[in-house]
Design a protein around this ligand. Structure first.
Ligand SMILES: [Zn+2]
Length: 435
């Protein structure tokens, strides 16, 4: 790699920061680079060992898990295989909030971080994550970067949507420059010009997928200079619409890859250069139950997460599925979407997963890739906002698909050629204003 003085300086700054904040990160990165070559049997054996350790620690040191395992008449010694995980009770976000203190173990750590989930809906969750688990999580992220020859200290563009005051903006610019990153603060002309200039030398881009998409559209429509040095464009936190990829490839010369995780679970999966989302099996056990994800984190002991319903619909690939990249880590075929709110018909209720199926069918049958947002203001009525322009034939196809799922129970309107930018917040594919 290029060892220019500037880059060596960035690396030095980065290493000093990591050394103070995350002393065990080098250990974990080394571990994960070795375990990425493990067979699935080796990975499963490691998972069982870590699961047994976790269940023992939770039972001995967390009042919540002691009670809940006792109530289910399970002892740590009952966990003899990974299958036995199913004997343990499921935990929800409400449990994490309501029994927060009791879930925390009484173990003492030299160093703890406080993790926060930004509550886009509902209360935000706070919990302690010990240094080792925090470093494991960062190392998992950096292992994913390594598949694209990206070093975390390299110049990167960061897309994270908040509304900043001028004062905050100055503070953020300073913090960003220490981490060798820059971001777009708004879509005003001078802001975009500044961003495009920085982009020329950037090695990777990451953040909200809708913001990356929005920026790609601006670059394409204004014929701005395309970045030539990008090695990775990574979307997180939001659904990556298939329809995004064309603009993104045009602007950045490659498709957007996906990282999947949450603060309370850590990194769950990371997309490899062959296009498969591999589970981070050294860090999590993932179950799929009625299309829903249930996650056990194998590394966090200060705040154990055992069989947690994260609230996403997913689809796991068959355990026999293989990937050209050679990794044997199991594959998650798709993260279908947030379970979120209920859709109300005139008489019946429906899961918001239906929207996913409607648009997936259009993509499969008609090769029609659409970016959408569905809004419900009252029961029995839906508004479908579509970014792309639709001709009358395409409109009829969409109407037919909607009717397949909602029959006569729903009135709906379709508005196409819409601007779907959620400029400073997460772009949601379903918004309900009922309740
Ligand atoms: Zn792969």
């Amino acid at each position: 790699m290029d060892q220019s003085p500037q880059l060596m300086f960035e690396k030095l700054i980065f290493n000093i920061g990591q050394r103070f904040r995350n002393p065990s990160i080098a250990y974990w990165l080394h571990f994960l680079k070795a375990s990425e070559k493990w067979t699935s049997e080796e990975l499963l054996a490691y998972q069982l060992k870590k699961l047994q350790e976790l269940v023992g620690i939770a039972y001995e040191n967390s009042a919540y898990y002691k009670n809940s395992f006792d109530a289910a008449e399970i002892k740590p010694s009952d966990i003899k295989s990974l299958e036995d995980l199913k004997k343990l009770p499921i935990i929800t976000k409400n449990d994490l909030l309501n029994y927060n203190k009791e879930i925390h173990t009484n173990l003492k750590y030299r160093k703890n971080f406080q993790a926060n989930t930004s509550g886009t809906s509902g209360e935000s969750l706070k919990f302690n994550r010990e240094e080792s688990a925090d470093s494991f999580n960062r190392a998992s992220l950096f292992r994913g970067y390594s598949w694209y020859n990206v070093y975390p200290w390299e110049l990167n563009g960061y897309f994270w949507g908040y509304n900043f005051s001028e004062k905050e903006e100055i503070k953020i610019r300073i913090l960003d420059s220490l981490q060798n990153r820059f971001r777009i603060f708004n879509y005003r002309k001078e802001s975009i010009d500044f961003f495009a200039k920085k982009l020329k030398n950037a090695k990777y881009l990451h953040g909200y997928s809708s913001m990356i998409y929005e920026t790609a559209k601006i670059i394409n429509s204004q014929n701005l200079e395309k970045p030539a040095n990008l090695k990775m464009v990574k979307g997180t936190s939001e659904k990556i619409f298939e329809a995004y990829q064309e603009e993104i490839k045009k602007a950045f010369g490659q498709k957007m890859i996906s990282e999947y995780g949450a603060a309370e679970t850590g990194i769950i999966a990371f997309e490899c250069p062959k296009g498969n989302m591999h589970l981070n099996m050294e860090g999590v056990i993932v179950e799929e139950i009625d299309h829903e994800i249930v996650v056990t984190n194998l590394q966090m002991h200060a705040f154990p997460i055992i069989r947690y319903k994260l609230g996403d619909y997913i689809k796991l690939a068959a355990k026999t599925a293989t990937c050209e990249c050679g990794m044997q880590h199991f594959i998650i075929e798709e993260v279908t979407g947030r379970i979120g709110q209920t859709v109300y018909g005139k008489n019946n209720k429906y899961p918001s997963l239906y929207f996913y199926y409607i648009f997936k069918n259009l993509a499969l049958k008609q090769s029609l890739l659409l970016t959408y947002q569905v809004i419900q203001e009252e029961k029995g009525k839906l508004t479908f906002l579509i970014e792309q322009p639709l001709d009358s034939r395409q409109l009829i196809s969409l109407e037919n698909e909607i009717e397949v799922y909602f029959k006569n129970d729903m009135e709906f309107t379709i508005e196409h050629s819409q601007n779907l930018t959620a400029q400073h917040k997460k772009l949601k594919s379903f918004i309900s204003n009922i309740e």
